[in-house]
Design a protein around this ligand. Structure first.
Ligand code: AKB
Length: 319
């Protein structure tokens, strides 16, 4: 059996930062190569500069670093994507093609591709959204993820590439910041609350969206990737759920720890994006096929976020 050698593409992003650290814990520091379009000067761990549109450079990294697994996290998200749809399509689709082609040509063992609740749209059932349902994305990000899911399945069926995927809800984390998403408010709100500031939300108070805490996000990814191939029955992308809440519900939860916290609402263009997505997700296929179960609900996550960010800001003040 060959030794696992992992390439994380988009390693400086919100999920990439935490996933890279988790994979290094598991596979050993030097067996996990981080890569991103921006340099990372934080430590001396293996890092390669990579623009995902540069297929030759990707191929060279895969060859020279003897890569056996790829986690492809580089993408432009929903809100940023609307500002430059053609560029978003180019990066999200051609980046994926480069990854799928390199996986096929270099007999990569496994590939991870994150999809999103952004594949759902106005005509998708809003509550308990089933695994197999209408995908009616209206953002260019959602359209690219929908097409990406089908391309992943195509490379699996035609070329035997073992590509696995999850439809991520909004990801909430204290370790890293999201960028350019519609669910980003659910991270910003904690930073403001912990610093004793008020928060102006760009979504209406009753906009319910599916969310997941970072530890569950990482565990879901690793459990999916570690599952025996025969257990992976869905080769487009698995629905994944942990919790769903509205801005008002998360603000009320935060107030239980920080009673003076205040939220106000000033919806912008992201409201239409959020309105097009679904509110709660049926992820029974993931639970049945590879045993998914979340560990964090809204109250456990809120408590942990406040503790962790409290420590972070306290440390900053001491520097
Ligand atoms: C976004 O808001 O665009 C992302 C997502 C739900 O995929 N966080």
């Amino acid at each position: 059996m060959r030794k696992d050698r992992i390439l994380v593409i988009g390693a400086n992003g919100q999920i990439g930062t935490v996933l890279t650290a988790a994979l290094r814990e598991h596979y050993g520091n030097n067996n996990v190569i981080a890569s991103d379009i921006r340099a990372n000067n934080d430590d001396n761990s293996p890092f390669e500069l990579l623009n995902i549109l540069d297929g030759e450079r990707l191929s060279e990294i895969v060859k020279t670093k003897k890569i056996t697994q790829i986690y492809h996290l580089a993408a432009i998200l929903s809100a940023s994507g609307e500002k430059n749809p053609r560029k978003t399509w180019d990066i999200n689709m051609n980046g994926l093609f480069n990854v799928l082609d390199v996986a096929k040509d270099h007999a990569i063992d496994k590939v991870f591709f994150p999809s999103s609740i952004a594949v759902f749209g106005k005509t998708t059932p809003k509550y308990d959204t089933p695994q197999h349902t209408i995908l009616d994305a209206t953002t260019i990000y959602g359209i690219s993820k929908d097409a990406g899911e089908s391309w992943c399945q195509y490379y699996f069926l035609k070329h035997g590439v073992d590509v696995r995927s999850l439809r991520f809800p909004g990801v909430i984390s204290y370790q890293s910041m999201p960028g350019g998403g519609t669910t980003d408010y659910a991270v910003d709100i904690f930073h403001k609350a912990v610093q004793g500031q008020n928060f102006e939300c760009f979504l209406e108070k009753d906009t319910m969206l599916p969310m997941i805490y970072m530890p569950d996000t990482i565990r879901a990814t690793c459990e999916l990737m570690d599952a025996p191939a025969e257990k992976i029955k869905i080769r487009t992308s698995y629905n994944l759920a942990a919790m769903s809440f509205t801005p008002q519900e998360i603000a009320d939860e935060i107030k239980q720890h920080i009673p003076n916290f205040k939220i106000s609402y000033k919806p912008d263009f992201r409201q239409a994006i959020a309105d097009s997505w679904t509110a709660t997700i049926d992820d029974s296929e993931a639970r049945k096929d590879w045993g998914w179960k979340e560990a964090f609900d809204i109250s456990k996550m809120t408590k942990d976020m406040i503790i962790q960010l409290g420590k972070k800001y306290q440390k900053k003040q001491m520097i």
